[in-house]
Design a protein. Structure first.
Length: 95
């Protein structure tokens, strides 16, 4: 079954009108890097995830925003019953 990485984050970005450019500026990365992270090609660092949540989505749980979701389980994931939190720490990130 295929994944829809960070679907909850994408949904909340749409709801609040938060752009990839805004995320990029906040965490000092390029828009392409943010796109790659949102698409699941690379992972968000834990520090990045905390900063995004705190700045743009303080009313949302970190686990909810950064949960990887399966395409067929998006409705379940939004309600908080499916998914896995995927982030990296600065020390285990591959350069």
């Amino acid at each position: 079954m295929s994944e829809r990485p960070y679907m909850n984050l994408q949904i909340e970005m749409l709801k609040k009108g938060v752009t990839q450019e805004e995320l990029a500026k906040l965490i000092k990365r390029t828009r392409l890097t943010i796109s790659n992270k949102i698409q699941g090609e690379t992972s968000f660092l834990v520090e990045e995830a905390f900063l995004i949540q705190k700045t743009f989505f303080p009313d949302k749980e970190l686990n909810y925003l950064f949960r990887r979701t399966k395409r067929t389980d998006v409705a379940k994931s939004i309600s908080g019953s499916e998914g896995v939190l995927i982030c990296e720490t600065e020390t285990n990130r591959e350069n």
